[in-house]
Design a protein around this ligand. Structure first.
Ligand SMILES: [Zn+2]
Length: 307
């Protein structure tokens, strides 16, 4: 990624070598009022994830060499289960709406400065920078790909990054009156898990997602921006806190694939209406990095190069 953000981040990294640095999703430094910088990497062909390192070999080397890369298949043993209320999540509602941008690689709601954050048990405080979307899901839900995934990106004063991942499923027309599926992780029996998972889409659409994607047609072009309607964040916060997090140490899922990212993939799922999903899909296209190797195991690209 030979973009200006890459150079900014290199400068930042060289100035504070002991600190991790923010990635393509957390472009706090480059943002200028009224402009959206389009990312130069992609998801297919020669700018796709197999060749991300080649776009900037020095800066993106973790993409092909890192051994704790994201996303992964979220299977038992690869994460620690944590109660949803153990990470001190707070995100105020945004009645005035927020900026909504098309970065070319995703669509992103800008939340910096709006008061969202999380506090870890060790006292580390992270501030919510933005949330964005992938189609299809990047993480795999114990072997099952989901229609979409939302990433809420948080950053600490020391530029440490934490991301909350939430799967998004498509509404069943025979919906039950709830926008958020219940956690199924306490179900130990495999058949019960499957039956519960198959019921998850029988829920009413998330008001937050319906509100956000009501504006997605206005930013169909990469580099464009608009504003969302009023955002009721409590729906998502309440859902996250009522569920569990599958926590693991991984990476940014975009160049430069920086590691030591704290991932919290929720057992709660949001639901989106079929028509809104199609609107979102038409703008997102395809923007998922392929599943990476088990954390701690060699990078799949390194293994492929040896074979
Ligand atoms: Zn993401």
């Amino acid at each position: 990624m030979a973009s200006s953000i890459a150079r900014l981040l290199l400068l930042a990294a060289s100035a504070t070598p002991a600190l991790s640095f923010c990635g393509a999703h957390t472009h706090l430094d480059r943002r200028q009022e009224g402009t959206v910088e389009v990312n130069e990497f992609g998801y297919t062909g020669t700018i796709g994830p197999l060749l991300w390192t080649s776009l900037d070999p020095e800066f993106n080397s973790a993409c092909s060499e890192g051994m704790r890369q994201s996303p992964i298949d979220m299977v038992a043993g690869h994460f620690n289960m944590m109660p949803g209320d153990s990470i001190g999540l707070t995100i105020p509602d945004v009645p005035e709406g927020a900026k909504f941008e098309n970065l070319g690689t995703t669509v992103e709601v800008v939340m910096a400065g709006l008061g969202g954050g999380l506090t870890m048990s060790d006292g580390t405080v992270y501030n919510l920078s933005q949330f964005h979307f992938h189609h299809p899901s990047e993480h795999i839900d114990n072997g099952v790909s989901m229609p979409m995934e939302m990433h809420m990106v948080f950053q600490s004063e020391a530029n440490e990054v934490a991301v909350i991942g939430m799967y998004i499923d498509i509404e069943d027309p025979a919906a039950a009156p709830s926008g958020v599926s219940r956690s199924y992780t306490r179900c130990l029996d495999a058949n019960t898990k499957l039956a519960t998972r198959n019921q998850l889409h029988r829920r009413a659409p998330s008001s937050l997602l319906e509100t956000v994607f009501a504006s997605v047609g206005e930013i169909a072009e990469p580099g464009s921006l608009t504003r969302t309607g009023p955002l009721v964040m409590s729906e998502v916060v309440d859902a996250l806190m009522a569920g569990n997090f599958q926590a693991y140490s991984g990476s940014l899922t975009t160049p430069p694939c920086t590691e030591e990212v704290s991932w919290f993939v929720s057992t709660q799922k949001l639901v989106i209406s079929a028509s809104t999903f199609m609107n979102a899909r038409s703008v997102l296209g395809y923007n998922s990095r392929y599943p990476q190797n088990t954390p701690g195991e060699p990078n799949l690209l390194a293994l492929a190069a040896q074979s």
